[in-house]
Design a protein around this ligand. Structure first.
Ligand code: HEM
Ligand SMILES: *[C@@H]1O[C@H](CO)[C@@H](O)[C@H](O)[C@H]1NC(C)=O
Ligand SMILES: *[C@@H]1O[C@H](CO)[C@@H](O)[C@H](O)[C@H]1NC(C)=O
Ligand SMILES: *[C@@H]1O[C@H](CO)[C@@H](O)[C@H](O)[C@H]1NC(C)=O
Ligand SMILES: *[C@@H]1O[C@H](CO)[C@@H](O)[C@H](O)[C@H]1NC(C)=O
Ligand SMILES: *[C@@H]1O[C@H](CO)[C@@H](O)[C@H](O)[C@H]1NC(C)=O
Ligand SMILES: *[C@@H]1O[C@H](CO)[C@@H](O)[C@H](O)[C@H]1NC(C)=O
Ligand SMILES: *[C@@H]1O[C@H](CO)[C@@H](O)[C@H](O)[C@H]1NC(C)=O
Length: 351
């Protein structure tokens, strides 16, 4: 407590403290501990509920955070739907018919709005959801730095440009991560997220029949695995089937991804490149993560936190969206959130 004697001193500390946290603009795991103490449990509860009928949801939410962060920063931009002014990132090539979990994010947001209205950003919800996805898959837990704000824009062009493709070579993968301030250790650790979830045949089929226009399969693909994958993904198929990214433990966030790579059982070219590129500095990292799950877990958690810091909006930048699919007040989107002015709602209902 500030007695009269030290009130000036206390005020000074307050100013320094607030000034520091605003100007330095640092995320903090305790950001909502006063304004929304039940936040984590609420997010966890909704995702746990969804996981009872969807064993893939944790993986899908981890990927959503990644695809948010690589496009104008971790600002919830991936959640914005098409409107008169927004060209949705959801329609970018790496996202279309592929990202999942948007409905679960909306359910989380609705539950959070009930207990702490207009307080928690959609970008922060994505960051927490990714950590919960890791935990539910048996992966590491970490204190999630919070305090991100939501963007007023999306950028589909940037989503197409920044998100790495499954046919990237190691040099291209490194470059795509370097643009985001992530290094080779981050690349290898974060690629470990392919320890769970699924991929469409279309993302790796070129490895099965005509790799790099050689008329042959990818020589760095295990021949037993090749035969299995050819059954799931026949040539000229009419259906783009899904298969597990990790053939060993498909729904677990563990270090089996790395031992798969050692046995040439990586699904995507971008996975196998980490181990099979001759002389690459990533090979020793794969070996290290393969031989110790705890080393992998601590690197994965550290790199997830690092990724979660990319280009965040803080302080008074951006906004706290009320509905994650739309910028506040953008009623041009179908199903946009109800206005706070009852007159506007009557107007909307009569349309
Ligand atoms: C290194 C470059 C990366 C490339 C080229 C890449 C590419 C892909 C592709 C093509 C898929 C399958 C999508 C589909 O067919 O629908 C996929 C799935 C997935 N990716 Fe990545 N990814 C990369 C890095 C990451 C990172 C950094 C994370 C997270 C930290 C991540 C998490 C996931 C997860 C969890 C899935 C499964 C999602 C689900 O089942 O819904 N990926 N990725
Ligand atoms: C998307 O980002 C690019 C590169 O920063 C920029 O040139 C372009 O104007 C942006 N588009 C939108 C719609 O913001
Ligand atoms: C990558 O960055 C982390 C810090 O974020 C550092 O500990 C690690 O040594 C770096 N790795 C490489 C290969 O530079
Ligand atoms: C694909 O083929 C080209 C030559 O046609 C070669 O330079 C390149 O290294 C090959 N890529 C892979 C991943 O093998
Ligand atoms: C797939 O289609 C191509 C031409 O469209 C054809 O040459 C090839 O024989 C077909 N392969 C199979 C297995 O049907
Ligand atoms: C994959 O899709 C094809 C049709 O394109 C289908 O015949 C086949 O049974 C599917 N395989 C699996 C494992 O789902
Ligand atoms: C191919 O994978 C199997 C396990 O799925 C493994 O026993 C075998 O050693 C692998 N082959 C190579 C060349 O790594
Ligand atoms: C936003 O778009 C997605 C498809 O990308 C759709 O499933 C969802 O219903 C839309 N949300 C709203 C609130 O209209």
């Amino acid at each position: 407590m500030c007695s009269m004697r030290v009130v000036v001193w206390c005020a000074l500390i307050f100013v320094i403290h607030v000034g520091f946290s605003v100007s330095n603009a640092e995320l903090s795991p305790t950001f909502y501990s006063q304004t929304c103490p039940l936040l984590y449990n609420t997010v966890f509860g909704v995702i746990f509920g969804a996981s009872l009928t969807d064993n893939r949801i944790g993986a899908s939410l981890v990927r959503l955070h990644f695809h948010d962060c690589f496009v104008q920063g971790c600002d919830g931009s991936i959640l914005l739907n098409n409107t008169a002014t927004i060209e949705s990132e959801q329609d970018a090539i790496p996202n279309k018919n592929s990202i999942r979990g948007l409905d679960v994010v909306n359910n989380i947001k609705a539950a959070v709005e009930k207990i702490c209205p207009a307080t928690v950003s959609c970008a922060d919800i994505l960051a927490i959801a990714a950590e919960v996805g890791s935990v539910l898959g048996g992966g590491p837990s970490w204190p999630v730095p919070l305090g991100r704000r939501d963007s007023l824009t999306a950028n589909q062009t940037l989503a197409n440009r920044n998100l790495p493709a499954p046919f990237f070579t190691l040099d291209q993968l490194k470059a795509a991560f370097a643009v985001q301030g992530l290094n080779t250790t981050d690349l290898v650790a974060l690629s470990g997220a392919h320890t769970f979830g699924r991929a469409h045949c279309g993302t790796f089929i070129s490895r099965l029949y005509n790799f790099n226009n050689t008329g042959n399969p990818d020589p760095t693909l295990n021949t037993t695995y090749l035969l299995t994958l050819r059954e799931t993904c026949p040539q000229n198929a009419t259906v783009d089937n899904l298969t597990n990214l990790d053939l060993t433990t498909p729904d677990r966030l563990d270090n089996k991804y790395y031992s798969n790579l050692q046995q040439l059982n990586g699904l995507l070219q971008s996975d196998q490149e980490l181990f099979s590129t001759p002389g690459a500095d990533t090979i020793s990292l794969v070996n290290s993560f393969s031989s110790s799950q705890s080393v992998f877990f601590s690197n994965f958690a550290a790199s997830m936190i690092k990724m979660g810091n990319i280009g965040v909006l803080e302080g008074t930048k951006g906004e706290i969206r009320l509905q994650c699919n739309f910028v506040n007040g953008d009623s041009s989107g179908l199903g946009s959130v109800a206005s706070k002015d009852p007159k506007d709602n009557l107007l909307a209902q009569s349309k």
